[in-house]
Design a binder for this molecule. Sequence first.
Ligand code: COD
Length: 300
Amino acid sequence: MYCNYQQVIAAAQARRPAVISVAVAQDAEVLEAVKLAYDSGIATVILVGNAAQIKPLAEQAGLSAAIQIVDEPDVAKAALKAVSIVRAGEAQVLMKGFINSSDFLKAVLNQEEGLRNGRLLSHLAVFEIPGQPKLLFVTDGGMNIAPSLAEKQDILISAMLALNGMGLAKPNVAVLTANEQVNPRMPATMDAKALADLSLTGVLPPGIVEGPIALDVAVSAAAAQHKNITSKIAGNVDLILVPNIETGNAIGKTLIYYAGAKMAGLVLGASSPVVMTSRAETVEGKLNSIALACLGLPEK
Ligand code: COD
């Protein structure tokens, strides 16, 4: 299992370079990240968007003039074009550029031309937090707004399988709530109990799934002890399943802005890996996300 992004990038470099199709590529940070991915042998790119805007930015980022640019000034059409390039097999990874997340996801979900695979698509955020010995995964703070219990199950399965793929055979999973008591007035606690029970039946991928569990107990064995909570994962959590998009989004932004965490973001469940970071994400965060997405591709 990778403990930090240095290890993730080294592992991505050991794979065959992927071709990335960037949707609405007219963004300086996206192009700088792409240049770093190119220079480190992780990826080559096809840039889709407003060519008149992309060209000077690409030049500024030091990208070769020979780079492939597909001119489509309309944002929605550019997103669909970038998706169709992946669908056609000309690229293996899709990346969100300077486009709002909902518009980008609508292109990914497009009935005729999207990257649907019959599964529920979901977002996985990955954090390297200063002082922490391993990466922390959070799902879904980026795509499914208020998932039902059945959708939470799908989101959980996708994330656990992704962690398995990254070498973590049995992740410790916290199904997050505000406390550890099942309370019908807090439906998230009911869902958390149902998912924890389900994990005992072998329906979910291998791992320890606990819930309802609050954030303090998930991340601190001392908190669990103080609260008299018996937990096998307290202080050693790998994956947090959040009850809704706001919780996941706020955890991520809190980690980034208050704790200096580095984030990467992926969409899981599509027919190809999808990189989805916030437009405000740093060049480094975008590069880390590209590297993580490439880990799903065959080795050299
Ligand atoms: N997985 C698979 N299929 C889906 C999913 C999903 N997660 N979501 C919707 N669909 C399918 C539906 O079954 C339907 O067939 C079609 O897509 C349209 O469904 P709608 O009308 O519910 O979906 P949309 O297009 O209105 O919205 C889907 C979004 C993913 C765009 C929407 O849920 C959204 O905006 N999510 C939040 C994104 C966001 O703002 N993130 C911010 C954090 S960066």
